[in-house]
Design a binder for this molecule. Structure first.
Ligand code: TXA
Ligand code: MG
Length: 346
């Protein structure tokens, strides 16, 4: 049985879920990025249940969430001065740092790797829950494997009811895309997954920071196992639309109409298209990022068969993360001169 807890002013409504978490249960909770599906990171059987509940491939490691830096000593071997600087600047917040793992963390968490990903979320509900449970919490995004990540409790309820012990409803997530995953175990810090903290922000603190080559070249094997899977995909076919190709979008909508297909458009602003369903995701990339996963799920619920998603015009900041998720969700299908050019763009 899954129990849904609504957040009230007094966070002690979370105490029973925190107790369940500590004793081996599964609890889905809001963070500032997306909802997470948590288990006690020190318990291999509890962590194994996450993989079952999500249908997650066994070779995809989990992020360990903490509420204070004292918890780090049982998770990682050591903290370098550069990693310390990152923690001082970006924690709590949407940055996941990869360290060499300590022996206390079971191999189930790291999928056999000798490194471990750690993050301190800033969402007050996540912080309270972890602190109260008293254990580090292993948590992937709280969606069925392959589906768009969950940014509202209703998404989690749709995907995980009957599969977890508690779902905590803390409203819509603020960032809307997952954290940046940064590998600090090599010579040069490497972004394995772009996210809520941008390349520019990291460079301002660390100096040299690189994107992992596989992010730009799909022929290379990614260092982060999760990046090799098709992800975030709606049930409908999805095509991205470059800002300068809206004429082509109008044409393709007509083609779909003639074929009797139900169409949906994710718009940047209040644009006029003849589609069955339209969702305005906002003109700026940050608003779009917050809206994206919810919009993809809404389109599936509405019964759209083909979705066209306009790409916002902005650059930098959250844009590489947004492009990364949009390209993965669409399988790299982009509308330019006709359907479909595959592009690789970060
Ligand atoms: O914002 C987020 O990061 C959310 C919230 C819940 O914190 N969590 C999240 O977890 O997105 P998940 O499991 O969906 O994505 C974790 C990513 C995967 O791509 C995984 O392969 C990578 O982090 N990862 C985890 N541990 C790693 C490690 N030791 N080395 C390389 N990549 C790792
Ligand atoms: Mg995920």
């Amino acid at each position: 049985m899954t129990k849904v807890i609504q957040i009230e002013k007094d966070l002690s409504v979370l105490d029973e879920a925190a107790e369940k978490l500590a004793s081996g249960g599964l609890v889905a909770f809001p963070t500032e990025t997306v909802y997470g599906l948590g288990a006690n990171a020190l318990s291999a059987p509890a962590v194994a249940n996450i993989f079952v509940a999500k249908g997650r491939p066994q070779d995809n490691p989990l992020i360990v969430h903490i509420s204070n830096t004292d918890m780090l000593s049982q998770i990682v071997k050591s903290v370098s001065p550069a990693a310390q600087k990152l923690m001082d600047t970006f924690w709590p917040g949407p940055l996941t740092i990869i360290f060499e793992k300590s022996d206390t963390i079971p191999m189930t968490v790291t999928a056999g790797l000798s490194t471990v990903a750690v993050r301190m979320p800033s969402h007050p509900v996540a912080q309270y829950l972890i602190e109260k449970s008293g254990v580090p919490v292993a948590a992937p995004s709280a969606n069925l494997s392959g589906s768009p990540s969950t940014t509202r409790a209703s998404h989690v309820i749709a995907d995980l009811t009957g599969r977890v012990d508690y779902i905590i409803d803390g409203g819509a997530c603020q960032v809307g895309l997952e954290s940046t995953v940064l590998d600090m175990t090599g010579d040069v810090p490497q972004i394995l997954r772009p996210g809520g903290v941008s390349l520019e922000e990291l460079q301002a603190v660390l100096g040299e920071v690189a994107y992992e080559p596989a992010l730009k070249d799909s022929r290379q094997v990614p260092k982060s196992p999760g990046m090799k899977y098709r992800h975030y995909a709606p049930k409908a076919e999805l095509y991205l639309v470059e800002p300068q190709y809206t004429d082509e979008l109008v044409k393709q909508l007509a083609v779909c109409r003639n074929q009797g297909k139900k169409t949906g458009v994710l718009c940047c602003g209040d644009t006029q298209y003849e589609a069955d369903f339209k969702i305005d995701c906002g003109r700026d990339a940050q608003a779009y990022a917050q809206a994206l996963f919810d919009a993809l799920r809404q389109m599936d619920d509405l019964g759209a068969e083909v979705i066209f998603a306009e790409i916002p015009c902005d650059e930098g900041g959250i844009v590489p993360a947004l492009m990364n998720r949009m390209l993965k969700a669409s399988g790299g299908q982009v509308l330019a001169e006709g359907i479909t050019t595959k592009i690789e763009r970060l």
